[in-house]
Design a protein around this ligand. Structure first.
Ligand code: AP5
Length: 208
């Protein structure tokens, strides 16, 4: 299956994506994780992306589109993928459709994880992320349960940046809900419930 995960920052896209990957073996393509790795490595892409990410703005489309195209060409994406954090606006969605058409592939579902803004702010303020593998967990988790790496607070999970990210989501990404409704592949799950309850519905919605 080829799936796009939609939702506000902190809605739980990464959390649900990680579970789908563990259960189904799909490739997990998180543009946020790829960009953070590029920043950490100090690559040309990372240097260009850093300031946008720190201020909660979208990184320029072409940089992200090229990065995703390269990742979709990898062998592990052939058995199905979960795109987490991409597309983020209509231009990226159109570029994705065109790339998949060139590859003779298609999207099976765009899964919207819905969570109210207030819950998102609370989650992101207390989120910790693994420095090594990107696993996320609430504050209080000092060692990664998956790889024993060190947990830290992302720069963009500081209060002043969270509101910018939410504004960016509502103005630029939320219109994709209508876009995928128009393609008849939108599915929506109430993400404001315990992780396992959300995941049970995710599997039902995706017929997994
Ligand atoms: P990115 O890394 O994609 O961040 P995001 O979309 O803002 O999403 P998050 O990773 O913050 O949240 P999530 O929905 O995955 O939630 P999570 O599962 O971690 O992007 C970062 C930046 O990179 C962007 O701002 C932009 O600059 C750039 N970028 C990325 N992609 C781009 C693109 N395509 N174009 C341009 N720029 C791009 O959960 C959050 C917390 O809540 C965790 O602590 C988790 O444990 C907890 N939680 C999860 N589910 C539940 C639940 N059901 N109940 C209680 N707690 C929960």
């Amino acid at each position: 299956m080829n799936i796009v995960l939609l939702g506000a920052p902190g809605a739980g896209k990464g959390t649900q994506g990680q579970k789908l990957v563990e259960d189904c073996g799909f490739a997990h393509i998180s543009t946020g994780d790829l960009l953070r790795a590029a920043v950490k490595a100090g690559s040309e892409l990372g240097v260009k992306a850093k300031s946008y990410m720190e201020s909660g703005q979208l990184v320029p489309d072409q940089l992200v589109i090229d990065m995703v195209k390269e990742r979709l060409d990898s062998d592990d994406a052939n058995k199905g993928f979960i795109l987490d954090g991409f597309p983020r606006n209509t231009a990226q969605a159109v570029a994705l459709d065109s790339e998949l058409a060139d590859m003779g592939r298609d999207l099976d579902a765009a899964l919207l994880v819905s969570v109210p803004d207030e819950a998102v702010v609370a989650r992101l303020s207390s989120r910790r992320t693994c420095k090594s593998c990107g696993y996320t967990a609430p504050a209080g988790t000092d060692t990664c349960p998956r790889c024993e790496g060190e947990m830290y607070q992302r720069d963009d999970d500081k209060a002043e940046t969270i509101q910018h990210r939410l504004d960016t989501y509502h103005t630029q990404t939320a219109p994709l809900i209508e876009y995928y409704k128009g393609h008849s592949i939108l599915k929506e799950v109430d993400g404001n419930r315990p992780v396992d309850e959300v995941y049970a519905d995710v599997k039902d919605l995706l017929n997994l």
